[in-house]
Design a protein. Structure first.
Ligand SMILES: [Zn+2]
Length: 300
């Protein structure tokens, strides 16, 4: 008997197969999401990949997560700008393949739950991913905090610099336009006339090239301040910072330095800022544990 966990990313999809009730993966496979071919094409390729490792009647639980707005009560993907998909009933389609003991979740919520599940005794945890964009998931008293519309934790498009750089959402000075990977690249492109990879930009800042220092340190300072304000608002036990840029040692150190300087020191208040620890991936462990804890969901 097996459990199946799937993380649908903008570029790649990760499929991990577990023996039921184990957290050590049996099989791991990545394949191109190729979302422009549409959700039906994707689901057909997903089914083919899964069929190499699992016999559908043997799947006890399944969980799928992706970036974007998800209605968790129905398992419907409302909108994913990353994938370019709108209104896809992923729960219904996957139930047809693997049975209805499954869940569909937003990837940051899943990652927060995954990280929380690996830290016994922790009441509340915030997971922030800093990569192309910036997102957040919140677990409080062991539950994912979703808000009234399911969009809690959408910090990427909060305004942090009213006259700051333009964002993909059409507004100015959003957190991810100032401090996210794509945001840093666009700011560099403005003075250089060409795009550089985020890692290269951070490396040039580490080598003290002034224009790059200004952009990278500026972004890290704003993100550090933002996280300090968020910590003071939510008071979690642990803040986990993941994502490719969030795990970059230089950028991470800059953000942590600013964060540590700015958060409000009440007596006995200490907040752990930690790297992700759920293996092979926080989102995967999150959807695995959520699918096991939530049991049967209805298709809608
Ligand atoms: Zn924005």
């Amino acid at each position: 008997m097996t459990d199946l966990a799937i993380d649908v990313g903008g570029t790649k999809t990760l499929v991990v197969v577990f023996e039921d009730d184990q957290v050590k993966p049996l099989y791991v496979e990545r394949f191109p999401t190729d979302s422009t071919a549409g959700p039906e094409n994707f689901i057909a390729r997903l089914a083919k990949v899964c069929s190499k490792y699992v016999d559908p009647p043997d799947v006890v639980h399944w969980g799928l997560c992706t970036a974007g707005a998800v209605d968790v009560s129905t398992g419907r993907l409302i909108w994913s700008p990353n994938l370019g998909w709108k209104d896809v009933n992923l729960h219904e389609r996957l139930s047809q393949l693997f049975g209805d003991r499954g869940i569909v979740e937003n990837d940051c919520n899943a990652a927060a739950y995954g990280e929380w599940s690996t830290r016994p005794g922790i009441d509340s945890l915030v997971y922030v991913t800093v990569s192309t964009g910036i997102g957040m998931g919140i677990v409080s008293s062991g539950h994912i905090m979703r808000g009234s519309h399911g969009f809690a934790g959408e910090i990427g498009h909060t305004t942090v610099l009213p006259d700051g750089p333009e964002c993909a959402c059409g507004r100015r000075g959003c957190l991810q336009a100032v401090a996210g990977g794509r945001g840093l690249s666009i700011q560099v492109e403005r003075f250089l006339g060409k795009r550089l990879a985020t890692e290269e930009i951070v490396d040039l800042a580490r080598e003290n090239k002034p224009e790059y220092v200004e952009i990278v340190v500026g972004g890290a300072a704003i993100l550090g301040r933002f996280l300090a304000n968020m910590i003071d608002t939510l008071d979690p036990a642990v803040l986990v910072m993941g994502g490719s840029l969030g795990k970059n040692p230089h950028y991470r150190r800059l953000v942590v330095d600013f964060f540590t300087k700015f958060y409000y020191r009440l007596p006995d208040k200490t907040v752990g800022i930690e790297p992700p620890s759920a293996e092979p991936d926080p989102c995967i462990i999150g959807v695995l544990q959520l699918s096991r804890s939530m049991g049967v969901r209805k298709s809608g």
